[in-house]
Design a protein around this ligand. Structure first.
Ligand SMILES: [Zn+2]
Length: 601
């Protein structure tokens, strides 16, 4: 799956295409909004997190309508008491009521420009709470809101992305034929509390969205999505994720279709619901939700299930939670996942992709974790291992290579932006450049994490890593060093330095090259080569290197710490001609200095 890569590609394409004039217009709109809402300017919009959601969502697809009521719990995460809360929903929705302890509270509703929603704006309620909420204290609100959620590409088209391209990534909508709506970062169909996010400001959108995810990682989310219709035709399939469960109730004339999502700690998962006239095919633990005409593509998933199950069970345990794959009519729609739900078009018959997609979701089903680098990192790592099982190590490294491209670009952008003082602009609230252990930056917890797991496997071997993964329990994962301890006790190896450089700190990437080579012969005529490697980067790694000689090659591994050198001797069956450091299994900042030609002794 290329989720992170696709998201970044599309979004960054959008940013790069920002023409000057449009950017200016955007700035003007922003200043205007700020001017209009001066009383709210002093509000700390991110003071409150929403610790708990309990929502009833009613859909009327014919009118593209959504009506919501329920309860949310606001928790004051700031250091000061707060009396004002800013609650935001998509700008195509409107606030209807906000109550505390059964009494209506005062609020002012206003538009708030932000690219965190597909409409490019939010409906914000500035709520005056009945009493100050002290730091760490909470207050429960009863809320009601309603409106429509049509397809909307505004946030992309207004920065110059052509409508046709924008539709492939901005596909959220409620409509009679197809309904699919993703949560925060796409459509605020449930309330959020965020600062304005801007596509034209480099990474600002991702920072605001990632920061929101981080603040909500421990939150409890419950929603029941319902629609009622005349009985008669076959009921549409309703999906709600994470943790969704579908119920169809039949009354004399009406039919009520509903699905509930329930999740105790959101982690990096985005709550999502979908409804369409799918042809559901249950093959526990998997259900395929296929659209008519895509039967052949669905069959490739069906056929890929058994080998994927066998592989995943062997490494990660038995998949437990139900897994769903839901189709798109448009084959170009960007795939998206929410927990164990994957939305991806089944138009193509790509058995390789079906296999890795299934492996990814089955790993989520077998190994829940609220730590994104464990939850997503392991799933992407498993895809690479599965690729190796089917096509050899190089095929796996090619898959990882796509991830390297994704986070290498983002790391370069990060350093460029750091120089431009974006940190100051965002008030020091950046989420990028954070350690893997706590990051909510998608390219890190997916792509960088996949490599970290792969390197650990290369270092400790399959048996030790399997044993460590087998012992992992999300409820025991409280200490940041929990994963390190599991792997160290299974492998009997000190990995503190590796976790320091890759997981607990963001030290960037290593950069290896051959510093010197010395071929010589023992008295008995055995050919030996002494190799010294240097790591110019700030992160250490154990790296493979391959020595070519006439008629073959030898591969060895060596640990080279950050800003250090390491030397080893290798016995050669022939005269060494070339050394190549790193087969691609260690992500490096510079791969152009890795080959070394050996001149004669
Ligand atoms: Zn995933």
């Amino acid at each position: 799956m290329k989720l992170a890569i696709m998201r970044l590609a599309i979004m960054k394409l959008a940013i790069m295409r920002l023409p000057g004039l449009l950017g200016l217009r955007l700035c003007l709109i922003f200043s205007l909004t700020v001017a209009l809402s001066t009383p709210a300017a002093a509000i700390n919009r991110e003071a409150f997190a929403i610790a708990k959601y309990d929502l009833e969502i009613r859909l009327e697809p014919e009118q593209q309508r959504l009506g919501a009521r329920g309860k949310i719990t606001l928790r004051n995460d700031s250091a000061q008491p707060q009396k004002i809360a800013a609650l935001q929903i998509s700008s195509s929705l409107n606030w209807r009521s906000i109550r505390v302890d059964g009494k209506t509270v005062q609020y002012v509703s206003q538009p708030y420009m932000s690219d965190i929603d597909h409409t490019g704006a939010l409906s914000e309620a500035i709520v005056t709470l009945p009493a100050e909420v002290k730091p760490k204290d909470s207050v429960e609100l009863e809320i009601g809101y309603e409106g429509v959620i049509p397809l909307d590409t505004t946030r992309l088209t207004r920065i110059g992305v052509p409508e046709e391209i924008a539709k492939h990534s901005s596909w959220d909508q409620i409509s009679p034929s197809f309904t699919a709506v993703r949560g925060a970062g796409y459509v605020a169909w449930y309330p959020i509390t965020t600062e304005s996010a801007d596509f034209s400001e480099g990474n600002s959108l991702f920072e605001v969205a990632d920061r929101w995810k981080e603040r909500e990682a421990g939150s409890e989310f419950q929603a029941r999505v319902t629609t009622s219709r005349e009985s008669g035709d076959q009921a549409p399939s309703m999906i709600c994720s994470p943790g969704g469960e579908k119920i169809v109730q039949q009354f004399s004339r009406a039919q009520i279709v509903s699905a509930g999502c329930s999740w105790t700690r959101l982690g990096a998962v985005t709550p999502t619901f979908a409804m369409a006239n799918y042809e559901p095919e249950p093959k526990p633990p998997l259900t395929l939700y296929t659209l008519p005409g895509h039967e052949a593509g669905a069959a490739t998933y069906s056929n890929a299930l058994e080998p994927a199950m066998k592989f995943v069970s062997g490494w990660f345990g038995q998949p437990r939670a139900p897994v769903a794959i839901a189709d798109f009519a448009d084959p170009n729609s960007a795939p998206f996942e929410s927990g164990t739900l994957l939305m991806a078009s089944m138009a193509a018959e790509d058995s390789k992709l079906a296999g890795t997609n299934l492996v990814h979701e089955l790993v989520h089903s077998a190994l829940p974790s609220s730590r994104p680098w464990v939850y997503e990192g392991l799933a992407h790592f498993a895809e690479a291992m599965y690729r190796q099982e089917q096509g050899g190590r190089q095929a796996a490294l090619d898959l990882l290579g796509q991830h390297r491209a994704a986070f290498l670009d983002s790391e370069k952008e990060v350093s460029a932006e750091l120089e431009k003082n974006v940190v100051e602009k965002s008030g020091g609230k950046r989420s990028v450049g954070q350690p893997l252990a706590v990051t909510f930056d998608e390219t890190c917890y997916r792509s960088k994490a996949a490599y970290v797991w792969w390197m650990l496997r290369d270092m400790v071997g399959d048996d030790a890593l399997k044993q460590a993964i087998g012992k992992y329990r999300t409820e025991d994962d409280k200490d940041p060093k929990y994963v390190e301890q599991l792997i160290e006790s299974a492998s009997k190896r000190d990995l503190g330095w590796f976790f320091d450089d890759w997981v607990y700190q963001d030290r960037g990437l290593p950069d290896f090259h051959v510093l010197s080579v010395h071929p010589w012969q023992t008295e008995k005529g055995v050919q030996i080569i002494t190799v010294t490697l240097e790591n110019l980067g700030n992160a250490g790694a154990e790296v493979p290197f391959t020595i070519s000689f006439e008629g073959g090659e030898i591969t060895k591994r060596i640990e080279v710490r950050a800003k250090s050198t390491a030397t080893t001797r290798v016995e050669m069956p022939g005269t060494a001609s070339e050394i190549l450091v790193n087969d691609g299994s260690v992500p490096e900042s510079d791969l152009t200095n890795n080959a070394f030609k050996i001149s004669g002794p």
